[in-house]
Design a protein around this ligand. Structure first.
Ligand code: NAD
Length: 316
C-alpha cells in the first residue's frame, strides 16, 4: 500500500508520515517547502519505505507525477494561515482551492481512488449550534480560508461521485503539538522569547476554542478513513476535535507558568467585538459524536493537549 502525503514536510503532514511509516506503509511526501521543512522529515529520509519529492503542486505536471503508483492520497498541502484571509485571498484560492483541483485531476488521470482531505472547523463560520455537528447548515464561512476549504470539500465530493472515488473531508479543530509552526501557542512562545517582560494578545482574550493534539488527529484520520473504506462510502465528512474548549487567555497563562515568567499582558482588543483578526471565529466547539459512534475518540482533551503542546514546543 503506497500513500502520498501532500504537504508532508509541514506540521501535521510530517507527524502523519512518521506514523504511517512506523505502521509499515510505503510513504511519498511531496512538498515545496514554502511553509514546511525537510528537518521535519529527518528521521525518515533514510527509511527504504520513504520518498521525498520537492515540488510545487500548483504545477499540474508535478501533481501528476506525485500521484503515480499511489493507492491513498492524504491531501494536506495548503496555506494554513486563516489570518491572511483579508490580506491575501488570492494565495488562499491558489493554494487551498486550485491546488486541490490539481490533485483531483491528477488522481482522475492516474486512476487513484482514495483521498483524505484536511479541511477545517472554519467551514462552519459562526455556527449557532455548539457543539457543531457535521450536518449543521447552512455553512457560512467568515474567513476566505474557511471559504476555500469549503470549496475544496465541494470539489472533492463532486469528483468522488462523478469519478467513483472514496473520499473523506476531515474538519479539524485547532491542531497543536510537536513541530507546530503557526497558531496561538507558537506565537505566544516566540513573542515571549523575544521579550520576557510583555505579551501582546490579539483580541480580547475571551476567544474560546477546541484544541486537539496532532497525535489524536493522525490516529483519527487513519482510523476513520479505513472504517469508511471497509464500507465503500463514496464521500463523507468527520469533525475531528475534542470535547472541551480553552480560552486564549488560559493558553497565555499556561505558557507563562511553564516558562516561569511574569510578563505584563496587553490585550489589543481586536476587531469586530474582540476577535483576534478579521475572520477569527470567537467560539468553536465541534461535535465529535459521529466519529465516536464509529469508535474513535481523542486521548487528550483541549487542556491536556495545550499543556503537552507547550512542553513539546519549549523542549524542541
Ligand atoms: P503546514 O504549513 O505546516 O503544512 C502545509 C504544508 O503544505 C507545508 O509544508 C507547505 O510547505 C506545503 N505546501 C504549501 N503550498 C504548497 C505547494 N504549492 N506545493 C507543495 N506543498 C505546498 O500546516 P499544517 O498546520 O500542518 O496544516 C496541514 C493541513 O491541515 C492544511 O491543509 C491546513 O489548512 C489543515 N488544517 C490545519 C489546522 C491546524 O490547526 N494546524 C486546522 C485545520 C486544518
Amino acid at each position: 500500500m503506497k500513500i502520498l502525503i501532500t504537504g508532508g514536510a509541514g506540521f501535521i503532514g510530517s507527524n502523519l508520515a512518521d506514523y504511517l511509516v512506523s505502521k509499515g506503509y510505503s510513504v511519498r511526501v511531496v512538498d515545496d517547502l514554502s511553509f514546511g521543512s525537510v528537518d521535519n522529515l529527518k528521521d525518515l529520509i533514510q527509511e527504504k519505505n520513504f520518498e521525498f519529492i520537492k515540488g510545487d503542486l500548483r504545477d499540474p505536471e508535478i501533481a501528476n507525477n506525485s500521484v503515480k503508483g499511489i493507492d491513498i492520497v492524504y491531501h494536506l498541502a495548503a496555506n494554513p494561515e486563516v489570518r491572511i484571509s483579508s490580506q491575501s485571498p488570492s494565495s488562499l484560492y491558489e493554494l487551498n482551492v486550485y491546488l486541490t483541483y490539481n490533485i483531483l485531476e491528477a488522481m482522475r488521470k492516474n486512476n487513484v481512488k482514495v483521498l483524505a482531505f484536511a479541511s477545517s472547523s472554519t467551514v462552519y463560520g459562526e455556527a449557532k449550534k455548539i457543539p457543531t455537528p457535521e450536518d449543521y447548515g447552512p455553512l457560512e464561512p467568515i474567513s476566505v480560508y474557511g471559504g476555500a476549504k469549503l470549496a475544496s470539500e465541494a470539489l472533492i465530493s463532486s469528483y468522488s461521485h462523478t469519478f467513483k472515488l472514496n473520499s473523506v473531508s476531515f474538519r479539524l479543530a485547532n491542531v497543536i503539538g510537536k513541530r507546530s509552526n503557526h497558531g496561538v501557542i507558537h506565537d505566544f512562545i516566540e513573542k515571549l522569547k523575544k521579550d520576557k517582560t510583555r505579551l501582546e494578545i490579539l483580541g480580547d482574550g475571551t476567544q474560546s476554542k477546541s484544541y486537539i493534539h496532532v497525535s489524536d488527529v493522525i490516529e483519527g484520520m487513519h482510523y476513520l478513513l479505513n472504517k469508511n473504506l471497509e464500507k465503500n462510502i463514496i464521500y463523507d465528512v468527520y469533525n475531528i476535535g475534542s470535547d472541551d474548549q480553552v480560552t486564549v487567555m488560559d493558553i497565555a497563562k499556561i505558557i507563562i507558568e511553564k516558562m516561569g515568567l511574569n510578563p505584563k499582558i496587553y490585550l489589543t482588543g481586536g476587531v469586530d467585538g474582540g476577535r483576534g483578526w478579521i475572520g477569527d471565529v470567537k467560539y468553536m466547539l465541534l461535535s465529535i459524536e459521529k466519529a465516536k459512534s464509529i469508535g474513535w475518540r481523542p486521548k487528550l482533551n483541549s487542556y491536556e493537549a495545550v499543556k503537552r503542546a507547550v512542553d513539546e514546543a519549549l523542549n524542541s
